[in-house]
Design a protein around this ligand. Structure first.
Ligand code: F6P
Length: 553
């Protein structure tokens, strides 16, 4: 896999990048009334994707599509969807798409059709949900389950947490869901303070079943529950209040979870792509099996689009190409995710892991260091709050931040006026970022306020907005599992397309281990006292100071 800079089409792309110097998006709109029509598509009458406020023309897309063909993006899409071992460093497929397969289809991994197992897990989750919703599954004291606590971190937390928050208005009555992820004891305390012990089911979610935070939280939760339900048989308490989800089922049973309460998924599902697997159990328990099936169906529809649409009509491909264009040609290093929807408040955090853990890579699949930027810094926050926080920089800062604006057209609540105001800002902000306000417009506005000429000239430079701030608008028709599934799958595939163009592996995350290894060397010295000479003076000094303050406490 060549480095992107070695592609034959790269010099022409760079040259085209230079031609963008001084081009104003607002002029492109004024010169071409057809711009929006050509640079947006509506997917399944459910999701409109508009990239017309991105710094691209048909020629730009032609250059980018040439690059995509040269990088064999169609082949890469095929290899992903067919279950080939695209995750070369872990020698595995990345088959999160198989998790949302339709009943009756077949997808083979090493000659084994994996769909029956996927379906069996979905049925098992639905059965668990039915037993809990009907009250058949009770706690050790006979009380119905009213609280579900998912104990997991990263991909074993962010996905289900994001979906449950996004669709909370469609939750099953009588069930509350909680997410415990941080090792900070206050997170444990805060979650346990929210739940009724006898009515709580804990899900210990961990692909590896080796993550320190998750296992420590699970042990503490188990100790707490056994104390709270000390009148009940301990084995029965664990059997009725603890289930596990993992690709390492042996470790889950060794931890003490009943084998019948362990739901499995395969190691060819990446953590950050796992919400569609048994890791989605909190979603099924909170929203119901039907909602989960709709979520899968929306994602499956996007998979089918990804697998069949021509490159020039393929939404994940187009967004991936624009991502590389902004990042590697125009030099924009961050990417803002701005959901104008309170319920989608966890989407930026979810995509931070999805994108940065996938594309934060410095070598190609062959281990060759890259000489170009790869994964962007992904950040974000909900609209309109962001407007009163960081939008100043988006409009007048020296950094250009490509941003995704995401909203829902149909109001998901009974406050139509609020929704109109929300959407007015949503539509206005991408226009204001694109158009900006030049000196003449600023001057005219100041003059209209009746300021004297000297004051006007003094303020004009402060009021100018350069504009040309790129954005993609993703407008969902309505707030439902299907639409959300399609949206998330769009991002998953966009992230993959970028990795194909960069020649990097989107499915491993070796870089996360060293920090953890270092923590396991530090920990004993926080228990038994610092041992000089083992670490650098800063680390030792900090540890020593913390230990002394703790002792003095
Ligand atoms: O440390 C990063 C990571 O491995 C993520 O990739 C993963 O989603 C998370 O930790 C949790 O891992 P697990 O599901 O194995 O507990």
């Amino acid at each position: 896999m060549a480095r992107i800079t070695e592609r034959a089409s790269w010099p022409a792309l760079q040259e085209h990048g230079r031609e963008w110097e001084g081009v104003r998006l607002r002029d492109l709109f004024e010169a071409d009334p057809d711009r929006f029509r050509r640079h947006h598509r509506t997917f399944a009458d459910a999701l409109l994707v508009d990239w017309s406020k991105q710094p691209v023309t048909d020629r730009t897309l032609d250059h980018l599509l040439t690059l995509a063909r040269e990088a064999d993006v169609p082949g890469a899409i095929r290899r992903l969807l067919d279950g080939e071992r695209v995750n070369v460093t872990e020698d595995r497929p990345a088959l999160h798409t198989a998790l949302r397969a339709a009943p009756g289809t077949s997808i083979e991994v090493d000659g084994e059709d994996v769909v029956p197992e996927v379906m069996a897990t979905r049925r098992r989750m639905a059965e668990m949900a039915a037993a809990i919703h009907s009250g058949e599954w009770t706690g050790a004291t006979g009380r119905p389950i009213r609280h579900v606590v998912n104990i997991g971190i990263g991909g074993s937390d962010l996905g289900p947490a994001m979906v449950c928050r996004a669709l909370a208005d469609q939750a099953k009555p009588g069930i509350r869901v909680h997410f415990l992820s941080n090792i900070d004891g206050r997170h444990l305390e805060a979650v346990l303070a929210e739940v009724e012990p006898a009515e709580t089911l804990f899900i210990v979610a961990s692909k590896s079943f080796g993550t320190q935070e998750t296992l420590t939280n699970a042990r503490s939760a188990r100790t707490w529950l056994l104390e709270q339900l000390s009148g009940s048989d301990a084995t029965e308490v664990v059997r009725r209040h603890f289930v596990a989800v993992s690709a390492n089922t042996a470790a889950a049973t060794e931890f003490g979870i009943d084998a019948e309460n362990v739901l499995a998924f395969r190691d060819w599902v990446g953590g950050r792509y796992s919400l569609w697997s048994a890791i989605g159990l909190p979603i099924v328990l909170y929203l119901g099996a039907e909602a989960f099936e709709d979520l899968l169906a929306g994602a499956r529809a996007m998979d089918e689009h990804f697998g069949s649409a021509e490159l020039a009509e393929n939404l994940p491909v187009i967004l991936g190409l624009i991502g590389v264009w902004n990042n590697d040609i125009l030099g924009q290093e961050t990417h803002a995710i701005l959901p104008y929807d309170e319920a989608l408040g966890l989407l930026p955090a979810y995509l931070q892991q999805g994108d940065m853990e996938s594309n934060g890579k410095r070598v190609t699949l062959e281990g060759v260091p890259v000489d170009y930027p790869t994964g962007m810094v992904v950040w974000g926050g909900s609209g309109t709050n962001g407007q009163h926080a960081f939008f100043q920089l988006l409009h007048q800062g020296t950094r250009i931040v490509p941003a995704d604006f995401i909203a829902v057209a149909e109001p998901p609540h009974d406050h139509p006026e609020h929704h109109r105001v929300l959407l007015s800002h949503f539509f206005a902000q991408t226009r204001a970022l694109m158009r900006g306000k030049d000196a003449d417009e600023a001057r005219a506005e100041l003059q209209e306020k009746g300021l004297d000429a000297e004051r006007v000239e003094a303020l004009v430079p402060h009021q100018v907005l350069e504009g040309n701030r790129p954005s993609t608008t993703l407008l969902l028709r309505r707030h439902d599992p299907w639409n959300l599934g399609a949206l998330v799958a769009l991002y998953e595939h966009r992230i993959y397309v970028e990795s194909v163009l960069w020649g990097t592996n989107a499915f491993d995350q070796w870089g996360v281990e060293f920090g953890k290894q270092t923590a396991s060397r530090v920990l004993p010295h926080l228990e038994a006292g610092a041992a000089p000479g083992l670490f650098d003076t800063s680390t030792e000094g900090l540890m020593e100071r913390a230990l002394r303050w703790q002792e003095a406490d």
